[in-house]
Design a binder for this molecule. Structure first.
Ligand code: ATP
Ligand code: MG
Ligand code: FE
Length: 341
């Protein structure tokens, strides 16, 4: 079966056609980095307008790339949240219109579930349950993925997401937006040992994250004038890696037996982070699975795949399904947010 996936929750407008046997027949991604760059971050109103302009022709082009018409698609899946609500609505309403016009099922996909299942699109051998580090621009969580739609959140960040910390540190170092990939490149030329930076929450019992203090320490290091930018970048990345590895070790001890250690989300595109996690998995005797770089950052293939997993279990959504700015994967964990995290 073939599903058309649509993604518009942040600043990439994307469409993809994916089949049950994990073939990406076609996919297109239009990044809006050029539009948001001058502002140093995503401007929601600009993003929504750009999605509204670009999405329909992008879908048409994706279908043309695959030599398909809408009639040959089995379902239409779109991100229904969480994300910037204007953009989410553009994608979801477009999907509703296509589903209605073609009389095909509509599947409202949680963007985070898209990230969380993307390793299953990349690797057919990945079985539930797996321990997932979900690290993106807006989220930093450790989840026990027990099955489709069955997530147990073991940890989250008590302040910034790691992608946010990468982007803000990159901004401090004058690297522009989006900063993550640029900071990673600069770190290659630096020596992490030259700049002392903190490892927030390292060693604490609960496997939560905190990156605000690390981000502030980067700012102080830069302002001191004592260090080279490349050394600061390398030290930031190394501190982040030390925190991730320490927290994941703790989470693995709490999670019970799992089939694999898995990473997903935009920050999972970072090669140094991938190698550190691969080494951790090897020490724990677990397979390590990470999607290819292009499936880590926002894309529509992961949304189509999450849609396929739902379609194959007979699930779809009504045409009045709502767009959701917030949509936690583990509602139980979200309910205790007031209690600290
Ligand atoms: P969310 O998925 O939480 O809603 P988002 O969709 O904005 O957030 P993604 O597209 O999944 O986030 O990830 C984007 C983030 O990933 C940005 O913060 C970006 O800097 C970061 N990122 C991308 N590539 C790298 C890299 N090579 N190293 C570090 N960070 C990276
Ligand atoms: Mg983006
Ligand atoms: Fe994302």
């Amino acid at each position: 079966r073939t599903v058309l996936g649509i993604e518009s929750s942040c600043d990439e407008t994307a469409a993809a056609l994916v089949t049950s046997d994990r073939t990406i027949l076609a996919q297109r991604i239009a990044s809006q980095d050029d539009a948001h760059g001058p502002y140093g971050g995503v401007v929601p109103e600009i993003a929504a307008r750009a999605h509204a302009e670009r999405l329909a022709p992008l879908i048409a082009a994706t279908l043309a790339d695959a030599g398909m018409t809408l009639d040959q698609v089995d379902a239409i899946a779109a991100t229904a949240g969480p994300g910037l609500i204007g953009g989410v609505m553009v994608g979801l309403v477009t999907a509703k219109a296509l589903a209605m016009a073609s009389d095909k099922p509509l599947i409202a996909v949680n963007h985070l579930e898209g990230h969380a299942l993307s390793p299953r699109l990349a690797d057919a051998s990945l079985q539930y349950p797996y321990l997932l580090l979900l690290v993106s621009g807006g989220h930093c969580q450790i989840l026990l993925v027990e099955g489709l739609g069955r997530f147990r959140r073991l940890a989250t960040t008590i302040d910034d997401a790691l992608g946010e910390a990468f982007d803000k540190s990159a901004k401090v170092l004058g690297l522009g937006y989006p900063g993550g990939p640029a900071l990673e490149r600069l770190a290659l030329e630096g020596d992490a040992r030259k700049v002392p930076l903190p490892r927030p929450l390292k060693g604490s019992d609960e496997p939560h994250f905190s990156f605000a203090g690390l981000k502030s320490a980067v700012l102080r290091a830069k302002q001191s004038g004592d260090y080279a930018d490349a050394d600061i970048a390398a030290a930031f990345q190394q501190a982040a890696i030390d925190c991730l590895v320490d927290r994941l070790q703790r989470a693995l001890a709490l999670a019970g037996p799992v089939e694999a250690l898995v990473v997903a989300g935009g920050v999972a595109a970072n090669t140094a982070i991938r190698s550190a996690l691969e080494a951790l998995a090897a020490r724990q005797g677990l397979p390590f699975i990470a999607p290819p770089l292009g499936l880590c950052t926002d894309n529509a293939a992961m949304i189509a795949w999450a849609g396929l997993e739902r379609l194959e279990r007979g699930q779809s959504d009504p045409l009045d399904v709502a767009a959701r700015p917030r949509w936690p994967l583990d509602p139980a964990a979200e309910a205790v947010r007031g209690a600290g995290v």
